[in-house]
Design a protein around this ligand. Structure first.
Ligand code: ATP
Ligand code: MG
Length: 571
């Protein structure tokens, strides 16, 4: 490809609205341009990279017997009502105003609709289907360029099996294909246990790329035996030891004490584990004639309540109680709530495992500016449910190996789910088994973000000059720079012809009237792994320069040896 004919609008300056390296560099290297918040145009260079990623995904999906489809982005509201997801997704779904249609954020329903009349006998199963297709999600906060966009390309695959044993097999096949895909894309990645969110189902795994640009928080153990999304991460629960002092509980005045921090200062206590932190959550009623339900979550003062864990324990959506509701529910404002003397008697109390049967606790009195001490959960609070509801912290120990845990940020590039029968039940997707009995098809779903892979790669491979491509997803293998016209220009042309004939993808900077410094900067910014520089060195020493982008190493070769050296370096 000749640069003189290839549209790569590079920029010298960082765009004002970009913060993370991949966003800055994709704009500066002329790969993408924003049209409006979270919506991007893919320019020729960006598209080459995205297509290469798609091709890797396609090959790996095909190789496990997964068939490629292409389903519409438009989808009827009615179908999404049948699974309850029109409501469950809420504002994430883009709705068409003048038709009862939505722009699909994912395709479980649509693939299940194809399966229903076609996969009707045990002989039709198992099946794996996929597509590489544009998804629409009205993300509340699109950010970091294509890392979180409102329109993006996803590979979404779905498996259909006779039973859960079959699902396990499909799930493993997908997992293995995912590992190959991310390795071929040059990512340093790992897999973590994950929560299933609004997808439903019981087991899921995320593929993560550790990066400061990530929006996910993960817990990773030092010994490498454990990695988990913080939403579901567990650790060894250091319990609050029972003292068995049996002091009666007692209310005391704590003027203007609103936070655990202030309470600890007020009492001059360093270890906050005995200061029980209370948080109120509400399960909103589904129908007019029902009532809201309330939960008091109790954790140690040095811990935080993990809302996603709590949600999966309850099995329903929860929200923190609004400040104005709290007085009505508990009798006090946020800083003075506790497990004893709650105003509403129907509040369910769920305490963290660290607090199991703990005594000598201090917590809010459900009366502003008062707390209660010497609380014995075993003695004083009836019907407590103990569950793991805290968020894992840095330096916690793993459950199994007692290895130290560190907390880090990561980008989720892929997610695989065991869906089970949620969708087949809602949509009636059944088959006849060997005995002629109707059975529900067991489903799995498997997603990968195409542009997000490219951005994650750039997050892991860049320097102050620009992007550093290597391996299969590099848009070109060689960047040929011609610095002079006349004889030297002819030599560059010759090398270009040669590389092209050898099927080595080459970007050829044949631009006239562009300064050498400008060409070098562009080459480093775009980041093709090898640069061939035909210029001054040739005039002086009859040598051609090959520069390795990542290391900046320069190798001088005779012009006859260029192709051999390039082939060797590309290996
Ligand atoms: P996230 O938690 O980041 O919103 P998700 O759990 O909603 O992701 P899935 O529904 O599992 O994502 O989608 C599968 C894959 O699609 C993700 O692993 C990710 O690579 C990609 N993806 C999801 N949302 C976006 C987005 N808004 N922009 C770009 N890629 C996305
Ligand atoms: Mg999402």
């Amino acid at each position: 490809m000749r640069l003189s004919k290839f549209f790569i609008p590079t920029l010298k300056e960082n765009p004002a609205d970009a913060v993370v390296p991949s966003h800055i560099l994709m704009i500066r290297a002329g790969m993408i341009r924003q049209l409006t918040a979270g919506v991007y145009s893919y320019l020729p260079l960006g598209l080459i990279v995205f297509r290469k990623i798609e091709q890797i995904i396609r090959e790996e999906m095909n190789s496990i017997g997964c068939n490629e489809f292409l389903l519409p982005a438009l989808s009827p509201n009615e179908l999404w009502n049948q699974t309850g997801r029109l409501e469950a997704f809420g504002d994430i779904i883009f709705r068409i105003k003048n038709r009862d249609l939505i722009l699909a954020p994912t395709h479980e329903e649509v693939f299940a609709t194809i399966a229903k009349p076609n996969l009707i006998s045990y002989k039709d199963l198992p099946r794996m289907w996929y597509q590489i297709q544009t998804k629409f999600r009205n993300e509340a906060r699109p950010k970091s360029g294509v890392l979180r966009a409102r329109q993006f390309t996803m590979k979404d695959a779905y498996s259909f099996d006779l039973d859960f044993e079959g699902l396990n097999v499909s799930y493993r096949l997908q997992e293995q294909a995912y590992r190959k895909i991310f390795s071929r894309c040059g990512l340093k990645f790992f897999s973590v246990e994950a929560s299933s969110g609004t997808m439903g189902g019981n087991e899921s795994m995320e593929f993560m790329v550790e990066s400061d640009a990530g929006e996910d928080i993960i817990a990773i153990s030092e010994d490498g035996t454990y990695a988990s999304n913080i939403e579901v991460a567990t650790s060894y629960p250091e319990t609050v030891k029972r003292k068995n002092t049996n002091h009666p509980y007692e209310k005391f005045h704590t003027p203007n004490v609103k936070t655990i921090e202030e309470l600890a200062n007020f009492l001059n206590i360093k270890n906050k584990s005995r200061l029980a932190k209370s948080r109120v959550f509400v399960i909103d009623k589904q129908k007019e004639n029902q009532e809201n339900e309330y939960i008091l979550a109790l954790v140690c003062g040095d811990d935080e309540v993990n809302e996603s864990k709590l949600e999966s324990i309850i099995g329903r959506k929860i929200r923190p109680g609004h400040p104005e509701e709290l007085i009505e529910i508990t009798g006090a404002d946020a800083g003075s709530i506790g497990p004893i003397g709650l105003k509403r008697k129907d509040i369910k109390i769920i305490a963290d495992l660290r607090l199991k049967d703990a005594d000598e606790l201090i917590s809010g009195a459900n009366e502003n500016d008062y707390h209660i001490k010497n609380i014995d959960l075993k003695r004083d609070v009836k019907n407590i449910i103990y569950k793991d509801i805290r968020t894992v912290k840095e330096n916690d120990l793993t459950l199994n190996t007692k290895s130290k845990i560190r907390i880090s940020k990561a980008i989720e590039v892929g997610h695989i789910f065991k869906l089970g029968t949620k969708y087949s039940e809602a949509l009636g997707v059944k088959y006849l088994d060997k005995e002629g009995k109707e059975q529900l098809i067991v489903m799995g779903s498997y997603g990968i973000g195409v542009e997000r892979i490219a951005a994650a790669y750039i997050e892991q491979n860049n320097d102050e000059k620009g992007i550093i491509w290597e391996g299969e997803i590099s848009p070109f293998k060689v960047h040929l720079i011609s610095l002079e016209e006349g004889k030297i220009g002819e030599l560059a042309e010759e090398i270009y012809k040669f590389l092209t004939e050898k099927n080595i993808e080459v970007l050829y900077d044949d631009r006239k009237d562009v300064r050498a410094g400008f060409k070098f900067n562009d080459a480093d910014l775009i980041g093709i792994p090898l640069q061939i520089i035909v210029g001054e060195k040739y005039i002086k020493e009859k040598k051609i320069e090959i520069k390795i982008r990542r290391t900046n190493e320069r190798i001088l070769v005779n012009h006859n040896d260029v192709i051999n050296k390039i082939t060797e370096l590309l290996r």
